[in-house]
Design a protein around this ligand. Structure first.
Ligand SMILES: [Ca+2]
Ligand SMILES: [Ca+2]
Ligand SMILES: [Ca+2]
Length: 452
């Protein structure tokens, strides 16, 4: 083994040992290290394993297309309806091919469980030409409502002009679920807590379902400004890891912290527009643009007028403002406490908590942010006014388990204990579970501030 290669393997082992945290590849054998295991070639016999021609000189897949032919290597995995996905692979075409030859990836969504029935839609990445060399083909796309499986295809199309046939290499294919509130992108939603004054320090519980992994982890830098409050935990930067939204309560100014786990990357990124007054508070996050996927968006609620606005974002850049219909709740007792796609129709919905009655309502929204129904959850409250909704996120246990439906996170203001309501897509509580542990040490010294 060369020194270079053993150093690479050692680096990989260290990366795995030091953190659980990196994109979870839903595909098997995306690096083609020893074979094409896990992949299906169409037509059969059009793909080969190549041990040394990969992006880093390791394994790659090679597809050979005849003139006018498209060949592909595919793999099918379970999908979460309405879930956000990052798909990518590197491909490279022989420089001898004509410029009409292409390679890239696409994803196909199916209602069936194994990509064999109920085709819904196909989405394409950018396309790579012979002049590009190794090039990343990628797309971020939201699973349509009702999509239960997804097929990723590495494809290679030869020109229709007669030639020797296209010859493409493919490497490092991945398909990653992008979950709101998942700071380390391990496909498990995390919890952000803030210590009560005078500490104000922000900490992360990295979770596996409803169980905390290890101890709480302090943000780096530890954010202790009493006038900088968390507005949400969601993905704004394109790397699949959730980021933090902070808002200055005096000015209303909003900033995004690009995160790698609990560590901030670079400086805070100021949002380019200041709210019209400091009464506008970022109260939830989610994806509200169904056509252009990418950055999460911000939901703002005015503490005085109760009005709502959704700021359509591209990272820290506000692109436009959408006003939902209706544009406010009936009275100020209703707090918008979260946004998630509760019915899995690929449109993000609003979660409301009534601070006076303790009741919980979900507004189902359509693509135009028009409320199509407003319904109490079942049960409609925790039955004890000391339980308060503090967040919304998916605290299921993995694809194929219960991951995929949005859940409601509660905190008891007397005991400080935390409970997750697992929900089904009809607004019914299917289970109510204490987190593990069920509270921080000195439970009343902490509040849960996200995700929501
Ligand atoms: Ca996580
Ligand atoms: Ca990010
Ligand atoms: Ca929905």
């Amino acid at each position: 083994m060369s020194a270079q290669r053993s150093a690479l393997i050692l680096a990989c082992a260290l990366a795995l040992a030091s953190t659980r945290a990196w994109a979870t590849n839903l595909l098997s054998n995306g690096g083609f290290t020893g074979s094409l295991s896990g992949w299906t070639a169409q037509p059969a016999g059009s793909a080969f394993h190549d041990a040394t021609t990969g992006l880093h000189g390791l394994g790659a897949a090679r597809t050979v297309a005849g003139a006018g032919q498209t060949v592909q290597l595919t793999q099918c995995v379970t999908a979460v309806p309405g879930g956000m996905y990052d798909a990518q692979a590197y491909c490279r075409l022989s420089a001898a091919q004509d410029s009409a030859t292409r390679c890239g990836i696409h994803v196909e969504w199916y209602a069936g469980n194994s990509c064999d029935s109920g085709f819904i839609v196909r989405r394409w990445s950018n396309q790579v030409t012979p002049a590009d060399g190794w090039e990343r083909a990628s797309l971020r796309v939201r699973a349509p409502g009702g999509a239960h499986s997804v097929r990723l295809a590495l494809w290679n199309s030869a020109s229709s002009t007669p030639n020797s046939g296209s010859n493409a290499h493919h490497d490092l294919a991945s398909l990653d679920l992008v979950l709101k509130g998942d700071l380390d992108n391990d496909d498990a939603t995390d919890v952000v807590l803030r210590r009560t004054p005078p500490s104000n320090g922000h900490y992360v519980w990295f979770m596996d379902g409803t169980t905390r992994i290890g101890s709480e982890v302090a943000l780096t830098p530890l954010q202790t400004d009493p006038f900088l409050v968390l507005g949400g935990v969601d993905e704004f930067t394109g790397d699949g890891r959730s980021d933090l939204v902070f808002q200055q309560t005096f000015s209303g100014a909003i900033e995004i912290w690009a995160m790698q786990g609990a560590k901030r990357l670079g400086e805070p990124q100021p949002v380019n527009v200041l709210p019209a007054s400091n009464q506008w508070r970022v109260t939830a996050t989610g994806h509200f643009n169904d056509d252009v996927t990418g950055s999460a968006d911000l939901v703002l609620r005015n503490l005085t007028t109760q009005k709502l606005e959704v700021w359509m974002m591209d990272g820290p850049q506000r692109l436009s403002v959408k006003v939902p219909t209706p544009d406010q709740a009936t009275d100020g007792n209703w707090r918008l406490v979260g946004a998630a796609d509760f019915d899995q129709d690929a449109h993000t919905d609003f979660l409301w908590y009534n601070a006076s009655t303790g009741k919980v309502v979900i507004w189902l929204l359509d693509a135009a942010l028009v409320r199509t129904s407003g319904q109490f959850t079942n049960p409609d409250s925790a039955g004890d006014a000391s339980w308060i909704v503090v967040g919304a996120g998916d605290y299921g246990v993995g694809v194929g388990g219960s991951l995929g439906t949005a859940d409601i996170l509660w905190r008891n203001s007397v005991s400080g204990k935390l409970v997750v309501w697992h929900m089904d897509t009809a607004g019914n509580r299917t289970a109510g579970l204490f987190t593990t542990p069920d509270a921080p040490v000195n439970p009343l010294d902490w509040n849960v501030v996200g995700p929501r």
